[in-house]
Ligand binder design. Structure first.
Ligand SMILES: [Zn+2]
Length: 293
C-alpha cells in the first residue's frame, strides 16, 4: 500500500490524507466515508485516561450551559414523538444533566460515563442510576427501550464496536439516538478558514475529534449494526436562547446560528433529507425485530 495511505479502522480500505487539525493527521476512506485520525495502542490508552481523569475538568461548565440544556429538551421532544417515556440509557452521561431532564419528563433513565468525578456528582441526584464504566465494560441491570449517545460517538476509537454494543442493549423495537458533529459542515468551514488568514477565526467553529462522521457513513454504520434508520437530519441548534433577553454582544452569534440552521434546513427540505449540511446531525434508529430474524 502507498505509504501515504492508512487503513480505515472501519472497513480496512485505504484512507487518503485529508487535512491536519490541531497537530493530528486526518484521513478519508472513500469507501465508507469515514474521516479518522489513526490511533496507536498507546494513543487509545491515553484517550481512556483522558476521559477517565481529565474530561470532567475540561467540560464541566459546558455540560450545564443553557445551549446544552436546551439541546436535551429538544432530544426528548424527538424521542417522545417516537414513543412514550420508558427505560433509557445515556452513554457518556457526564454530570447527568440529560438524565435529570429525562427523569423530570417521566423516563426511567440510567447513565454510564468513564469519568469518576462526573459519576460521583451525578450520583448525588441520580443515586443507583449512574455507573462509572465504559460501554464495553458495562454490565447492564436490564435492557433498554432507548439508548442515547449525545456528542459521544466521534470521541470513540471504534465506532462499529460502540454502536453494535449499544444495539445489543436495546430491546426489540427499541431506539438508538445519536447526535454528532456533521463532517460535511466542519470540513467545509475548515477549508474556507484555511484559505485566507483573515478567515482563520472561523476555525473555532470546526469540531474534529477522534473520527468525523458524514450522513453516508452513519447510514452504513446503522445498517451494519443491524438497526434501521428512522431519521437522519440536521440537529436543531441551541443558540436560540441568545436571542431571548440576551446581551447585545451575543446577538450576532445568535443570528449566525439561526441563519446557518435555516440554510441547512432549506437544503434538507428541498432534497427530501438527502442534503444534510448543518453543523450537527441527529440519527434515530430502530432495532427492527423482523430484520434480525
Ligand atoms: Zn472505511
Amino acid at each position: 500500500m502507498n505509504p501515504n495511505l492508512i487503513p480505515c479502522p472501519y472497513c480496512c480500505s485505504p484512507g487518503h490524507p485529508k487535512f491536519v487539525y490541531a497537530g493530528k493527521n486526518y484521513f478519508h476512506c472513500h469507501r465508507c466515508d469515514l474521516i479518522f485520525s489513526p490511533l496507536s495502542k498507546e494513543d487509545v490508552e491515553a484517550s481512556i485516561r483522558h476521559y477517565r481523569d481529565c474530561y470532567y475538568d475540561a467540560s464541566a461548565d459546558d455540560q450545564l450551559s443553557p445551549p446544552r440544556l436546551e439541546i436535551h429538551e429538544k432530544i426528548l421532544d424527538l424521542l417522545e414523538k417516537a414513543r412514550e417515556p420508558g427505560t433509557l440509557l445515556d452513554v457518556g452521561c457526564g454530570r447527568g444533566a440529560f438524565l435529570r431532564a429525562a427523569a423530570r419528563r417521566g423516563w426511567a433513565a440510567q447513565g454510564i460515563d468513564p469519568s469518576l468525578d462526573s459519576i460521583r456528582e451525578a450520583a448525588t441526584v441520580l443515586k443507583g442510576c449512574v455507573f462509572c464504566t465504559t460501554l464495553n465494560d458495562f454490565d447492564p441491570p436490564g435492557i433498554y427501550e432507548v439508548v442515547t449517545m449525545i456528542n459521544v460517538l466521534d470521541h470513540l476509537p471504534d465506532v462499529r464496536q460502540a454502536v453494535t454494543r449499544a444495539a445489543a442493549l436495546l430491546q426489540d423495537g427499541g431506539f438508538l439516538y445519536l447526535r454528532v458533529p456533521n463532517t460535511l459542515f466542519h470540513t467545509s468551514v475548515f477549508r474556507l478558514a484555511s484559505s485566507a488568514r483573515i478567515l482563520w477565526p472561523l476555525r473555532r467553529f470546526c469540531i474534529f475529534h477522534q473520527c468525523s462522521l458524514t450522513p453516508r457513513f452513519l447510514r452504513g454504520l446503522i445498517h451494519d449494526a443491524g438497526l434501521t434508520t428512522m431519521t437522519i437530519k440536521n440537529a436543531p441548534l441551541a443558540g436560540g436562547y441568545r436571542s431571548r433577553g440576551a446581551d447585545a454582544a451575543s446577538r450576532p452569534a445568535a443570528v449566525l446560528d439561526r441563519s446557518v440552521y435555516a440554510v441547512a434546513r432549506l437544503g434538507e427540505i428541498i432534497s427530501r433529507g438527502w442534503i444534510l449540511i448543518g453543523p450537527s446531525l441527529e440519527v434515530l434508529a430502530a432495532k427492527d425485530t423482523d430484520r434480525n430474524r
